[in-house]
Design a protein around this ligand. Structure first.
Ligand code: GLC
Length: 461
């Protein structure tokens, strides 16, 4: 592919300017360097936002900053506040952290576990990303010693213990509150959102690979292996939707008792939304947004589907069909600025009910059907892994010039994503990092495979 490298040079400048230093060492990147920040905490390093930055550093062989980040986040677990009447959840990791100057003029790190964030949301995805990144770092750098260190082995165990703890589950999927991942405001994504299931699966696979096979780890390793297998089958069956499955659901009988029920979750066919009529072509399919008793959230969530491909949670056949859906529905799912975060937007009473009347999540804006350049990295990763680099080339080519011109906006508004988001930051780090990764992967399609957890489980797929 012939591309003008100027936008990539500009993207690197944004990334370099975002580096966060602590006592002289690079330890992360801030979310945005916009002088007119929309929210005061965009000058913090968010764990999830650092992931695309880290992938750029790993692809470029700049390992120290990623290592420092992994060490820092592990230590910051100790700053977790405990609410009265609660116990600490030591496997939890912060949503973000910042450098503050204390009374003595010394630099200190201050973590946020949702205790300072808007709406006090729970950072469920942080420890999942931390684990996945730890393994990507070890593979890319060859520093296999870091995950083996005693404090890291402890961290891996604590996180596994927390995320595998029994609660009120009736399925292998993980139950979480609303807003506990990239969509970090109320958006009807409580329960068993796909993105969390994909990250959970990626975490289990990477943790299994890194947790040393000692006698004291034997029971935990066994549980991890069983859970990742049951989770994988469950998602592949119950979240999957193509025309054939839609037809089955359309004709479902409801209110079935007993072990032999076909409509196990009691999904009423009447809950199939009108927009799905005629939306899925013969060759297309996707994983739905959320599944639980009596509930199938039919919305298409881009990141969950793409991560399911990258981590090998979707079968290879499902991966092909998801990419086919992108091809068939290019105008709505990619539009003028890749990619639509979810489709379709909620409006009217549904919007009021799902978001609590949140004006930032107005229809076709922000989390409610806005377009997010950051998703380009996952789209390119999934496209190259499924042999559909042609789709990624098309998406990247369409925005190469525009992203720097729009000063690396955070998100876009409108059905086709034509407008810079009303309250979007400029100089959003992960918008720039995503373009660098996408460009890199198109030039070196094999680069990504090195980080891919699924390779360990391909044989049983
Ligand atoms: C918004 C996004 C969240 C991101 C944060 C910082 O809150 O929804 O995913 O981590 O901004 O960029």
């Amino acid at each position: 592919m012939v591309v003008d490298n100027t936008p990539i040079t500009a993207a690197y400048q944004v990334l370099r300017d975002s580096i966060l230093y602590f006592r002289g060492e690079a330890i992360g990147t801030v979310a945005a360097r916009d002088p007119l920040l929309v929210a005061p905490n965009y000058d913090e390093c968010f764990v999830r936002d650092f992931v695309p930055s880290a992938l750029v550093f790993l692809l470029d062989g700049e390992y120290a900053i990623v290592r420092n980040f992994l060490v820092t986040v592990l230590k910051l677990r100790d700053q977790q506040q405990v609410m009265e009447g609660h116990q600490r959840a030591p496997g939890l990791m912060p949503a973000s952290f910042k450098v503050v100057i204390d009374e003595t003029g010394e630099e200190r790190l201050q973590a946020d576990f949702g205790d300072r964030a808007i709406g006090r949301v729970a950072p469920v995805d942080s420890a999942l990303w931390w684990m996945i990144l730890l393994r990507a770092y070890a593979i890319a750098s060859g520093d296999e010693a870091l995950p083996r260190r005693a404090d890291f082995q402890d961290g891996i165990r604590l996180t596994l213990n927390l995320y595998l703890k029994e609660s009120f589950e009736t399925s292998p999927a993980m139950l979480v509150p609303d807003a506990s991942f990239m969509i970090d405001r109320r958006m009807g994504v409580h329960g068993h959102p796909l993105e969390i299931q994909a990250l959970f699966y990626g975490m289990l696979v990477t943790a299994y690979d890194m947790l040393l096979p000692t006698p004291e780890n034997a029971a935990l390793r066994d549980m991890v292996l069983k859970r990742l297998r049951t989770l994988r089958s469950y998602v592949r069956i119950y979240y999957w939707l193509d025309l054939q499955r839609l037809n089955e659901i359309h004709r479902f009988k409801a209110e079935e008792f007993g072990y032999d029920a076909v409509n196990v979750l009691n999904i009423y066919p009447e809950s199939i939304p009108d927009w799905l009529d005629g939306w899925l072509g013969q060759e297309a399919g996707y994983l739905v947004g959320n599944v639980s008793s009596g509930r199938m959230d039919f919305r298409f969530f881009a990141f969950g589907n793409l991560l399911a491909i990258i981590f090998g949670l979707a079968t290879p056949g499902q991966g092909q069909r998801i990419m086919r859906l992108y091809e068939d529905r290019w105008d709505v799912l990619i539009g003028q600025m890749p990619l639509k975060i979810l489709y379709p937007a909620a409006s009217g009473k549904e919007w009021a009910f799902l978001t609590g009347n949140d004006p930032k999540n107005a229809p076709w804006s922000y989390h409610n059907g806005g377009n997010w350049p950051v998703l380009l990295w996952a789209f390119t990763g999934a496209a190259t892994l499924t042999g559909r680099a042609d789709l990624a080339e098309r998406a990247v080519a369409s925005v190469m010039e525009r992203l720097p011109r729009d000063q690396w906006a955070e998100y876009y508004d409108g059905k086709s994503g034509a407008l810079v988001g009303r309250r979007a930051n400029y100089h959003q780090t992960w918008s720039a990092a995503a373009l660098i990764i996408a460009h890199h992967l198109l030039e070196n399609p094999d680069a990504f495979i090195r980080f891919q957890p699924m390779m360990f489980f391909n044989a049983e797929a």
